[in-house]
Design a protein around this ligand. Structure first.
Ligand code: NAD
Length: 490
């Protein structure tokens, strides 16, 4: 299946009304992958109008018809999995094996949504008789789940397929229509998703994709009266701005934001396993994962043992071309990201952290054209260093030390974020006791921080988000519960 090079609005593949374009680069080598329309507010408005009109078409479809289309989309994605994985890797620099895994998960997300579409159950509610005159025993009260309307889906670059599907699939399963604003760095998978839904037979206008900047296209979606809900995944600061702007039209918000996820390794931990999880948690997709391990909080007693093994393991990671199956760490998304990572590493080392490994950009040999940063270990990170509070979104391990469980919990909770956390211990009860005190949407015991299951609750607390994804939960967020009472005595 060919990746389209236009936007999908009201069932037509179109250029921007202004005819503006922008190029899409491969972060591994700056190759131009495509020239795409750069939409503006007028294009976003056309897409929102189309989605609003399409609500009537959506209403006339049964849940079973919606389910069938989602299942067909799952099957088309599976048939085009290699094409999709390659596009993800070229567009956002994700190692190809990870892109394949993301695509397989995308198939699952669509399949879960197809199943959940048929389970939009309501309830009958026993009604209290006391405040009413006699005869109310003849009333029947029940709930029905209705679509919320037009959903604005604004997605980030780092999982350009599956995080988009976590918005689009539940929204469509629930009978909504959708306007998608893909990330400016990483729009190609969204265009292929739109093509897949077109081929799966989704009626015109139910899914629209508008390319363009967050400040224009994104803001139009966030502020337009005809959009009823925003499902957003991205940076915490962007999420805050969106929440403020969306409040003016009282939109329902589902926000999946940044994280600063701690991995706590206690004195009784199986160090070998903790090392494996720390490597995978910190360096998968060059640390550009919302649930990546941002701080490794070590009990004093295991610190040196852990660091020796960790250094050895990180030293074996192959940095390079993400299309190469043996690559573990690819490039970061753009030069701005490289500079931010380098700035935070420098701030920490200026304030006393020891760079045990890496700590610089990789700009030589075959890596010279790409946005590569060396896998980095910073020891002795303490409060006051920016990296202890800011989400670095790069391949950097920040090592902290705790002298007790109490101190480990305090350190873990001491950021504005609350997405995910991990605890390594051989004492399960101790792990569960600590898990209950960690302020996060999810806590893993003896596992890595960067885990997610597509049908399980997912989302952060504090500044990491609002609401929950996980297909059935996202359907809950993107529907309204209507209460109906029938007076059977009349
Ligand atoms: P980002 O916030 O820069 O961009 C996300 C999307 O928002 C893009 O499509 C962008 O164009 C759009 N946008 C930007 N400004 C906007 C505005 N004013 N109005 C409307 N839309 C706007 O995030 P990113 O760099 O693409 O992604 C990385 C961030 O996403 C990290 O902070 C990461 O932790 C977070 N993230 C969170 C989760 C999660 O599920 N919690 C998952 C993945 C990524």
């Amino acid at each position: 299946m060919q990746v389209p090079s236009q936007m999908l609005i009201d069932g037509k593949w179109v250029d921007a009304e202004s005819l503006a374009t922008s190029t899409v680069l491969n972060p591994a080598n700056q190759e131009v992958l495509a020239t795409l329309p750069r939409g503006g507010r007028e294009d976003a408005r056309a897409a929102i109008d189309a989605a609003s009109e399409a609500l009537r078409r959506a209403e006339s479809m049964s849940a079973f018809e919606r389910s069938k289309i989602l299942l067909k989309a799952a099957s088309l994605l599976e048939q085009n999995a290699q094409e999709m994985a390659t596009i993800i890797t070229k567009n956002v620099g994700k190692p190809i094996t990870d892109s394949e895994a993301e695509t397989a998960r995308g198939v699952l997300t669509l399949t879960f949504a197809a199943e959940e579409a048929k389970r939009l159950y309501g309830q009958t509610i026993p009604l209290d008789t006391s405040p009413f005159p006699p005869g109310n025993m003849n009333r029947l009260g029940f709930t029905i789940r209705e679509p919320i309307g037009v959903v604005g889906a604004i997605s980030p670059f780092n999982f350009p397929l599956n995080l988009l599907l976590h918005k689009v699939a539940p929204a469509l399963a629930a009978g909504n229509t959708v306007v998608v604003k893909p990330p400016t760095d990483g729009p190609l998978p969204a265009l292929l998703v739109a093509k897949i839904f077109e081929e799966a037979g989704l009626p015109r206008g139910m899914l629209n994709v508008v390319l363009g900047s967050g400040g224009e296209v994104g803001d139009e979606i966030v502020t337009n009266e005809k959009v009823n809900a925003i499902s957003f995944t991205g940076d915490t600061e962007t999420g805050r701005m969106i929440a403020e702007r969306a409040a003016r039209t009282n939109k329902k918000l589902l926000l999946e934001l940044g994280g600063h996820n701690p991995l706590i390794i206690l004195d009784d931990a199986k160090v070998v396993n903790a090392v494996n999880s720390a490597v995978a948690g910190t360096f998968s997709y060059a640390g550009q994962v919302c649930t990546a391990t941002r701080r490794i909080i070590l009990s004093e007693r295991v610190k040196e043992r852990f660091l020796t093994q960790f250094e050895q393991a990180v030293g074996t990671l192959k940095v390079g071309d993400p299309m190469d199956r043996t690559t573990s760490v690819g490039p970061v998304i753009n030069v701005r990201a490289l500079e931010k990572i380098d700035g935070l590493v420098r701030d920490a080392s200026d304030k006393g952290a020891k760079v045990r490994m890496g700590g610089s950009r990789l700009g030589y040999g075959e890596l010279a054209q790409g946005n590569y940063y060396s896998p980095t270990i910073l020891d002795g990170v303490v409060g006051g260093m920016e990296i202890s509070q800011k989400e670095i979104f790069g391949p950097v391990a920040a090592i902290m030390e705790a002298s007790s469980d109490e101190e480990a919990i305090e350190l873990a909770n001491n950021t504005i974020y609350g997405l995910q956390a991990s605890i390594y211990t051989s004492d399960l009860a101790r792990g569960i006791r600590m898990a209950k005190r960690i302020k996060a949407g999810a806590v893993m015991i003896n596992d890595r921080t960067n885990l997610r299951w597509d049908n399980a609750p997912f989302g952060g607390i504090k500044r990491s988000g609002m609401g929950r994804e996980g297909v059935s939960l996202a359907i809950g967020e993107l529907t309204e519960l209507k209460f109906v009472v029938a007076n059977l005595a009349e």
